[in-house]
Design a protein around this ligand. Structure first.
Ligand code: ADP
Ligand code: MG
Length: 465
């Protein structure tokens, strides 16, 4: 570990020199003769420890301590006082000083106080590293190679940075709305708080308000006599995820709107105003525009929860993601069930890319879990997964394209021939035809042309089809 950096702030030159002499062999030492110079340095560098004289010429040590704590709350400050003035020492400790030393400084006391403070610094650093590692290891993994998903994930990273901007996630069931919500939480400054999910469709209408906002004692018969905290309070400085928000009653919608606008709410039956900072992320598979027209959803709430909107496309609309996601789950369930399945059979790959995924990724996950569990081969077959084989891997003759054939070959004349342009137009034509024939399934289209999937995608993009 690199040596610790110590700032010494004292107007007495002899103290600065003698402390430097003692500490320089083991630490990086910077000395300051007055408060303003030290403060300026502290505004852009973070020392590991500060030794601060209480009696400075330009600013009182206590005032400087307050400013340091505001700027660098985690840096321990050991106060140095000329005589044991108990009141000043108590004031310093109340303002967050770590310890104090009385002049003339005694080596043993200095070593002990600094040793304790630096141990705290070391532990804090270790906890931070572990926390970072834990986050990296547990960051929700949203698989998807398609451009639309890659763009969406970039957007998620950007919008996650705000601690309180409301976000609305839209998408069919099973597209990964909850996964994206938790991804937002763990990438946001709120990651140390809780990620609290409220499934608005699963909680009975008459209980939802008390679940979200909590209740005070005597709020209703049968309630806990001591009252109960609501889920909002569990999500302090974290994220409140309102899943299936389209199922929220109009009454609850009104209360929620007030909370999102002001950060304030009352528990049911309570008269005390509570204030909570949290980020609200909502999700629904319902068409909120239609619900607003039918007056089932408040328009003002819709605007408020949807300051940022993220729309997850259905799996059928991004078929190139099917196999990467399938492989991710194959690996996951292989480990879970201690199996040794290496890959999908060709028929299985075709069946997966062909299937109509009405249940989206959730359905894909379930099918693979079942497949891995029952398979007795190293290759997973459509039968293992309980799905139909793809209708035909080769196109029917009447399905093939005979219309819109490319222009016939041009004769080479002394005027020359744009061979490259001609080759491009042929390639573009067949790439387009294969796409139509494969009904938008890129991997299938690539197979029709005997092309690698990635090359096919690259070319399709190149021709901006
Ligand atoms: N792109 C993805 N990559 C990995 N797992 C996914 C992906 N999308 C969804 N899942 C998984 O599929 C299941 C359903 O996702 P979920 O977030 O609950 O969907 P929704 O809330 O939209 O109904 C979960 O187990 C989730 O982890
Ligand atoms: Mg869900």
């Amino acid at each position: 570990m690199s040596p610790y950096t110590i700032f010494i702030i004292d107007d007495e030159e002899t103290i600065r020199d003698s402390l430097s002499l003692i500490l320089e062999p083991d630490y990086i030492v910077h000395t300051f003769a007055n408060g303003s110079k030290a403060l300026e340095e502290i505004s852009h560098t973070t020392p590991d420890l500060i030794l601060l004289d209480i009696g400075l010429p330009d600013i009182s040590g206590i005032d400087l301590l307050k400013k340091i704590k505001k700027n660098q709350p985690d840096v321990p400050v050991i106060m140095i006082t000329a005589y044991e003035d108990i009141e000043t020492v108590i004031a310093a400790m109340k303002c967050g000083a770590y310890d104090y030393l009385v002049k003339p400084l005694n080596n043993d006391n200095l070593e002990l106080a600094m040793g304790n403070a630096l141990e705290t610094v070391k532990l804090r650093k270790e906890v931070k590293i572990l926390q970072q590692k834990f986050l990296e290891d547990n960051l929700p993994c949203f698989i998807g190679d398609s451009d639309v998903i890659q763009d969406m994930l970039d957007f998620v990273k950007t919008v996650a940075k705000s601690p309180d901007t409301p976000i609305l996630i839209l998408g069919e069931t099973g597209t990964g709305k909850e996964l994206i919500a938790s991804s937002i939480h763990y990438r946001s400054p709120n990651f140390k708080g809780n990620f609290v999910t409220v499934n608005c469709a699963a909680i009975p209408t008459d209980l939802i308000e008390s679940e979200i906002f909590g209740y005070d004692k005597g709020a209703f018969s049968g309630a806990n006599p001591l009252g109960k905290k609501g889920l909002i309070e569990e999500a302090i400085n974290g994220t409140l995820f309102l899943d299936e928000i389209g199922d929220l009653s109009l009454d609850a919608q009104a209360k929620l709107l007030r909370f999102i606008e002001t950060g304030e709410f009352y528990r049911i039956g309570g008269s005390k105003k509570h204030h909570v900072q949290t980020r609200v992320v909502s999700a629904t598979n319902k068409n909120l525009d239609q619900m607003i027209e039918k007056e089932l959803f408040r328009k003002d709430l819709y605007f408020r929860i949807g300051v940022i909107k993220i729309e997850i496309p259905s799996l059928n609309k991004r078929r190139s993601d099917i196999l990467p996601i399938a492989n991710f789950f194959l690996h996951k369930f292989n480990e879970k069930f201690s199996k040794n399945i290496i890959c999908f059979s060709d028929q299985a790959e075709n069946a997966l890319t062909d299937h109509n995924w009405t249940g989206n990724v959730r359905e894909l996950k379930n099918i693979i879990e079942r497949g891995v569990l029952v398979a007795d081969n190293t290759k997973l077959s459509p039968r293992d997964m309980g799905i139909a084989e793809a209708s035909a891997s080769e196109p029917d003759i009447d399905q093939t394209c005979t219309e819109n054939l490319p222009p016939p070959g041009l004769a080479l004349s002394p005027d020359g021939l744009d061979l490259a342009g001609f080759q491009d137009s042929i390639e573009q034509f067949y790439i387009n035809e294969a796409f139509k024939l494969a009904k938008g399934n890129e991997s299938k289209a690539a197979k029709f042309l005997g092309m690698n999937h990635h090359t096919y995608r690259y070319k399709r993009k190149k021709f901006t089809l």
